[in-house]
Design a protein around this ligand. Structure first.
Ligand SMILES: *[C@@H]1O[C@H](CO)[C@@H](O)[C@H](O)[C@H]1NC(C)=O
Ligand SMILES: *[C@@H]1O[C@H](CO)[C@@H](O)[C@H](O)[C@H]1NC(C)=O
Ligand SMILES: *[C@@H]1O[C@H](CO)[C@@H](O)[C@H](O)[C@H]1NC(C)=O
Ligand SMILES: *[C@@H]1O[C@H](CO)[C@@H](O)[C@H](O)[C@H]1NC(C)=O
Ligand SMILES: *[C@@H]1O[C@H](CO)[C@@H](O)[C@H](O)[C@H]1NC(C)=O
Ligand SMILES: *[C@@H]1O[C@H](CO)[C@@H](O)[C@H](O)[C@H]1NC(C)=O
Ligand SMILES: *[C@@H]1O[C@H](CO)[C@@H](O)[C@H](O)[C@H]1NC(C)=O
Ligand SMILES: *[C@@H]1O[C@H](CO)[C@@H](O)[C@H](O)[C@H]1NC(C)=O
Ligand SMILES: *[C@@H]1O[C@H](CO)[C@@H](O)[C@H](O)[C@H]1NC(C)=O
Length: 410
């Protein structure tokens, strides 16, 4: 018996090299200021572009790939990119979060090495410090299933990444100063869709000369649409005029499939929908991202509007925008909607990883903490996000260095 096990183990070990050679994908990301005027020439600002583009290029990879990203910081200040939601199997020096990772000094480069072990789905990357994300530096991450793992729906005819987010015409250094003086950022100047301002659906609300996003599709097809709220502070209601959106995945987990006519996407959330182009194309259709949980009549001028254009479209979109949920009197609607999303446990996807999370239920609880997110707090005259009134300030000696070299008192 023992011998048999030995032989089996040896055979498995012999197989290992084949299993261990997960493919490598290499990316270069040069992060620099680009001049852009997403809300028209009067609102020109320093935007953070990637490889000269705003938004940057999508990172399109497959489960288990080793991803090597050489990031060059061409900004005039430190830069830390976080690969949101991506697990880091190699070590925790790669996740792009202050505390475990140091920012890349201006003019330097750093190579992140990640492995998207057992992961699938829709994520995005962004600069994680100094409010730089308010100026750009982001784009989507698509993690495709390996061919041997079934996707719980038919192969879509196209894959479209849509980044929605609030936008301020002040640049991030000016926004930072406002917070440091204890001021609120206030109402944003617009909501961008893929880095572009609103389609001019109403001449008095949207000034002329703004470039908008157009999604070109063919009739009778099904597209996978990945929607990410890359903004700073605004919850957005996302909808496509005349179309159902079948929710299939969120942040790396397949969901039970459910149709929505609109869905709230809170800051940093990612959802993917299947959208079937089953309408008569008598005109183009509006794609809308509008602010939620604010005075919507006051905030109407910041609504993000793009266009869905069928190849047989009868003409431009016109008329009023489709309505969001009519729930002004029900403040819990949005939270309940988010809570109603369910994991499809029979679909193949990432599973709790053997390094820890599957053991959580066997850990005895000895202490409990209540984290109260009553932001913002005024700390030393500055406006800061806080938990229990405490905010985070990076220590002079980075935590991981203190840990690695046994530096006390940090
Ligand atoms: C932001 O704008 C201010 C002027 O309002 C300017 O002094 C500053 O250099 C700008 N910052 C960047 C990063 O462009
Ligand atoms: C992403 O990669 C997959 C698999 O290699 C490919 O089928 C797909 O067309 C790519 N998608 C995009 C948007 O480039
Ligand atoms: C910086 O980029 C160069 C050229 O691409 C590369 O050879 C080097 O390894 C990179 N350095 C770091 C620390 O990533
Ligand atoms: C869940 O995934 C399974 C397996 O792929 C699929 O057959 C089923 O339709 C999905 N269920 C729902 C409710 O989406
Ligand atoms: C444009 O918006 C204004 C202000 O909300 C509204 O009064 C007007 O009716 C709208 N125009 C059209 C054509 O919908
Ligand atoms: C979603 O809506 C489409 C029509 O747009 C319909 O064909 C489909 O059956 C619906 N799916 C679910 C799960 O409700
Ligand atoms: C197309 O659909 C719209 C909305 O359902 C309807 O108002 C319109 O009459 C239809 N047009 C044609 C040519 O069928
Ligand atoms: C929203 O703002 C408008 C314009 O200032 C005001 O008339 C209205 O009362 C406000 N609505 C609410 C619910 O506060
Ligand atoms: C949890 O507590 C039980 C009962 O005291 C004990 O038997 C068990 O070993 C503890 N588990 C762990 C992981 O410490």
């Amino acid at each position: 018996m023992r011998r048999l096990l030995f032989a089996l183990a040896a055979a498995l070990l012999a197989l290992r090299p084949a299993l261990a050679t997960d493919p490598y994908a290499f990316f270069d990301r040069d992060v620099s200021y680009v001049t852009a005027a997403p809300l028209g020439v009067k609102q020109q600002t320093s935007v953070i572009g990637i490889n000269g583009k705003f938004p940057g290029p999508v990172v399109n990879i497959t489960t288990n790939w080793n991803v090597v990203v050489n990031v060059l910081n061409d900004l005039n200040e430190p830069l830390l990119i976080t690969w949101n939601g991506i697990q880091h199997r190699k070590n925790c020096w790669q996740d792009g979060v202050l505390g475990t990772n140091c920012p890349i000094p201006s003019g330097w480069n750093w190579t992140y090495e990640l492995q998207v072990k057992d992961q699938i789905g829709s994520f995005f990357y962004f600069p994680s410090t100094g409010l730089q994300r308010a100026a750009g530096g982001f784009d989507g991450i698509v993690v495709n299933n390996r061919d041997v793992i079934a996707v719980p729906f038919g192969r879509p005819d196209g894959d479209i990444t849509i980044l929605i987010g609030d936008w301020y015409s002040k640049n991030h250094t000016d926004l930072r100063k406002m917070l440091d003086k204890g001021k609120d950022l206030g109402m944003p100047d617009g909501v961008l869709i893929n880095g572009k301002g609103p389609y001019r659906y109403n001449d008095s609300l949207v000034p002329a000369g703004i470039e908008h996003e157009t999604f070109n599709v063919h009739p009778g097809r099904t597209y996978r649409i990945r929607v990410h709220n890359v903004g700073t502070s605004t919850s957005l209601n996302f909808r496509i005029q005349g179309h159902n959106m079948l929710l299939v995945e969120t942040e790396g987990s397949y969901t039970t499939q459910q149709n929505y006519t609109n869905l709230d996407v809170h800051v940093s959330q990612s959802y993917s929908f299947l959208v079937t182009t089953d309408q008569n194309a008598s005109s183009d259709y509006y794609v809308v991202a509008s602010a939620r949980q604010v005075n919507e009549s006051l905030w109407r001028r910041v609504t993000g509007v793009a266009v869905l254009r069928y190849s047989n479209s009868g003409g431009p979109a016109a008329g009023p925008l489709p309505d969001p949920s009519q729930d002004q009197k029900d403040r819990s609607f949005s939270m309940n909607q988010a809570r109603s999303v369910r994991w499809n446990l029979s679909a193949g996807a990432a599973r709790p990883n053997p390094q820890g999370s599957f053991r959580y239920s066997s850990i005895n609880v000895t202490q409990a903490y209540l984290l109260r997110g009553a932001a913002p707090a005024w700390i030393g005259g500055r406006r800061r996000a806080a938990l229990n009134g405490l905010s985070f300030a990076p220590p002079e000696t980075p935590l991981r260095l203190a840990d690695a070299y046994g530096v006390e008192g940090v």
